[in-house]
Design a protein around this ligand. Structure first.
Ligand code: GAL
Length: 397
């Protein structure tokens, strides 16, 4: 029933560089790197580049890239920050990497400082995609190109390029997974489902939710799926800061009101692994599985280290593998092309309208990961080691 659905939407893959991925925790910290050598903005687009043996452009070492990441609270951004920093440095750039503690004001200040220091390019994963218009206006005035990283920056023409995964596609895979697992096309139900998505300021959260609901809404409309809590809108399903604790608290309240009387919960749509962590924690401590009922189908995204054991123990049904090494590579290739006057790689010039402009985008594909194929995607690709996951190879090979 839970067949692994391979969903590849890569429209030309960037080379995946051999970068080992760090785990959750203090890695990739607030270690701003050598911001002393900063080139004049006037030179920003005409710096000379060298050549590596394989012909790739390499910066001459006097160009600085400002990298602004949202938070160190979630594994995702520690990993992305470290990957981007490492790959930029390998390409010969100085890097000013900052994490903004999920605070919009902090992120704005950090970007302002990068602009004042005269960085050559900004790479930004926004906290609130709609809150950077003013500061990016300053970047534009200073002639600094801006690459939106993973999350689209909304409401400004100051964003030059965007690189991300197929976010709507992520939601579709999650929705289809639930539809297949519950055999919604053939069963009458009713099946009970609850909906959890991410931070309302993150444009991706809307895309994930809409992608999933694109698959699930017809089954809600015809009564095959029932949301017992009645919390069906994006606003009701949203999780501030993508925080596991916020998801856990909401799930606990829903269990108390709707599932404490033996009502079976069949599925929980979780837009990512941090929300799934909170939901699973709430279920494990507060939901009594009615006799004969299966554990709910629960989705996720990111293949966080903390969630792999949940998948292997059967608490989480799937996650989405997004190879963040490839996203970092795509961003670095954009930086190189921008600063060398080359052609910037994009493969989507229609989908990502930020309300002011359609931002030229490089989209990467995603994979659905389950207990059946996780070794292939998470170990064989060298994304994680067995040790990092605390799993014995002999149990799975
Ligand atoms: C999204 C990102 C997801 C997930 C989430 C929470 O923007 O695309 O992969 O990590 O943020 O950090």
């Amino acid at each position: 029933m839970k067949k692994a659905m391979k969903f590849v939407v890569a429209l030309g893959l960037v080379a995946i560089m051999g970068v080992s991925v760090i785990g959750c925790g203090g890695n990739g910290g607030n270690d701003a790197v050598d911001t002393t050598e900063v080139v004049d903005n006037d030179d920003a687009n005409v710096e000379e580049t060298g050549e590596t043996d394989d012909g790739a452009d390499v910066a001459t070492g006097d160009q600085t890239v400002g990298v602004s990441m949202p938070t160190q609270d979630l594994q995702r951004w520690n990993q992305d920050g470290a990957n981007v920093q490492e790959q930029l440095q390998e390409a010969g750039f100085n890097v000013d990497l900052q994490f903004a503690n999920n605070d919009v004001g902090t992120q704005v200040n950090q970007i302002e400082n990068m602009i004042a220091a005269g960085v050559d390019v900004l790479v930004i994963a926004s906290i609130d995609g709609g809150a950077l218009g003013t500061v990016l206006g300053q970047a534009k005035d200073a002639g600094i190109p801006v690459i939106a990283y993973d999350r689209l920056i909304m409401g400004t023409d100051a964003v030059s390029y965007y690189t991300t995964f197929d976010n709507y596609g992520v939601g579709q895979v999650q929705g289809q997974f639930i539809a297949d697992a519950l055999n919604l096309a053939n069963e009458d139900g009713p099946f009970n489902i609850e909906l959890f998505t991410g931070d309302p300021g993150d444009n991706n959260a809307h895309l994930f939710f809409n992608g999933a609901l694109g698959i699930l809404q017809p089954f809600i409309d015809d009564g095959t799926l029932v949301v017992q809590s009645g919390q069906t809108t994006f606003e009701q399903a949203a999780t501030a800061d993508w925080s596991p604790e916020n998801a856990q608290n909401r799930m606990e309240a829903i269990i108390a009101s709707h599932y404490a009387d033996g009502t079976v919960l069949h599925a929980v749509l979780c837009s990512n692994d941090s929300t799934a962590q909170g939901v699973i924690q709430a279920l494990r401590t507060n939901y009594t599985l009615p006799a004969g009922a299966d554990w709910p189908v629960i989705t996720g995204q990111d293949c966080d280290i903390a969630n792999v054991p949940l998948i292997l123990e059967g608490y989480q049904s799937m996650s989405i593998f997004k190879d963040t090494r490839a996203l970092a590579s795509a961003a670095v290739e954009m930086v190189q092309a921008i600063l060398s006057g080359g052609t910037v790689p994009v493969n989507d010039t229609e989908q990502y309208d930020n309300g002011v402009i359609v931002v030229p985008t490089y989209l990467l594909g995603v994979e659905s990961v389950t207990i059946d194929n996780w070794v292939e995607w998470l170990i064989d690709t060298e994304y994680y080691t067995w040790d990092q996951l605390g799993v014995n190879e002999s149990d799975w090979r």
